[in-house]
Ligand binder design. Structure first.
Ligand SMILES: NC(=O)c1ccc[n+]([C@@H]2O[C@H](COP(=O)([O-])OP(=O)(O)OC[C@H]3O[C@@H](n4cnc5c(N)ncnc54)[C@H](OP(=O)(O)O)[C@@H]3O)[C@@H](O)[C@H]2O)c1
Length: 333
């Protein structure tokens, strides 16, 4: 498994990370995960060389962090634990974000809510430090905490030894630069897959020149790029994958085109002795400036399959061919 640095933090992590959103369950993910299977999946990923786990308090309102905490007991030092702050549901501090699974969630990067969040995360993860602490979404009006105030709070947490490094997620290019200017931000977690490449224009080149690691989220386009979500797969009305504003690739007319493209890569998966998911993961972490892929994982077999994607090197010629094919699909946005 290849490993790459989180900027200048001194922390190195496997290029394939385990994304623990689905492990939190909830109506957005359809079939409820089994916690014991999730723990086995995390162990299988660690055994296969993955040492990066990305979670967040809001994933299952604490459930994902708790499951990760149980799974890493006895192996804490070998794991790079990444979690987040900024999506808050204890009270109505912050700016309203969404109502989900019976709770109202607010975007808050106020120092007082972050101070409460970090203690809850440490408890749920059964640890006394977090390796990478990321702001989940930027603050917005009406309660738009200045970026400098949030970063000051995170720098204090770092000084206190509660976190080892600071990251941000879901920022615009301008917000990213402002966060970095305030100090010690070493990672960005953006949405990125071969079907969603907006950040290639400005953000990835900037991160590459400024030594910022980039942790791609939803790199498998929520399973579509594994080839295992066929035309017959139906998602419930409350599932994330039914939200075709967020993910227009799941619309039947787009899904059919993606599946047809994946069909044409059979010679590639045969040549590399890999699955489609592994080919997609290997393409993703081979993109300039893209350092890590956080692959959402439900169960042991997905964990092992995704981990092995981190071992494959695709030739320059094949990378170009794959990129040409995805370019030909155009954008559904
Ligand atoms: N910062 C943010 O705002 C943000 C937002 C989204 C995600 N994330 C992070 O990024 C991680 C990954 O994103 P994601 O879960 O949205 O999307 P993803 O990694 O693109 O897709 C995950 C889904 O793909 C399917 N899958 C994964 N591996 C598979 C395999 N080998 N074979 C077949 N199907 C497979 C599973 O679907 P089934 O459920 O159908 O089995 C799984 O739930 C999250 O867990 C989270 O850590 C962060």
């Amino acid at each position: 498994m290849k490993c790459r640095e989180f900027g200048a933090s001194g922390i190195k992590a496997s290029v394939v990370g385990l994304g623990a959103w689905v492990i939190g369950g909830g109506v957005g993910w359809g079939e409820e995960p089994d916690d014991n299977e999730s723990i086995r999946a995390i162990h299988a990923a660690l055994d296969a060389g993955v040492d990066l786990i990305d979670t967040a308090p809001v994933y299952g309102y604490g459930r994902s962090e708790r499951v990760v905490g149980i799974a890493i007991k006895g192996r804490r030092e070998k794991v790079v634990v990444a979690t987040k702050c900024g999506l808050w549901w204890d009270d109505c501090r912050g700016s309203f974000f969404l109502e989900y699974d019976g709770k109202r969630v607010y975007r808050s990067l106020r120092p007082d809510t972050i101070r409460i969040e970090i203690e809850s995360s440490l408890k749920r993860l059964s640890t006394d430090y977090i390796d990478l602490y990321q702001t989940h979404w930027p603050a917005v009006d009406p309660e738009k905490t200045p970026i400098a105030e949030t970063i000051d709070c995170l720098l204090e947490l770092k000084k206190e030894g509660k976190i080892r490094a600071i990251g941000v997620s879901n920022t615009s290019f301008e917000e990213l630069k402002e966060n970095i200017a305030c100090g010690e931000v070493v990672t960005l977690q953006p949405r990125y897959s071969m079907l969603c490449r907006e950040i290639e224009k400005e953000i990835l080149p900037y991160c590459m020149s400024n030594n910022i690691a980039t942790l791609a989220y939803s790199p498998l386009e929520q399973g579509l790029l594994t080839g295992k979500v066929g035309m017959d797969r139906v998602f419930g009305p409350d599932e994330w994958r039914s939200n075709t504003d967020w993910n227009p690739w799941f619309k039947p007319e787009n899904r059919v085109r993606v599946l047809a493209m994946l069909e044409t890569w059979k010679d590639l998966t045969a040549a590399y002795g890999c699955t489609l998911a592994q080919l997609v993961i290997a393409w993703t972490v081979a993109q300039p400036g893209l350092t890590h892929a956080l692959c959402g994982t439900r169960g042991v077999s997905q964990a092992v399959e995704n981990a092995d994607g981190g071992r494959i090197d695709i030739t320059a010629e094949d990378l170009t061919r794959i990129t040409r094919d995805v370019d030909a699909l155009g954008s559904p946005w």
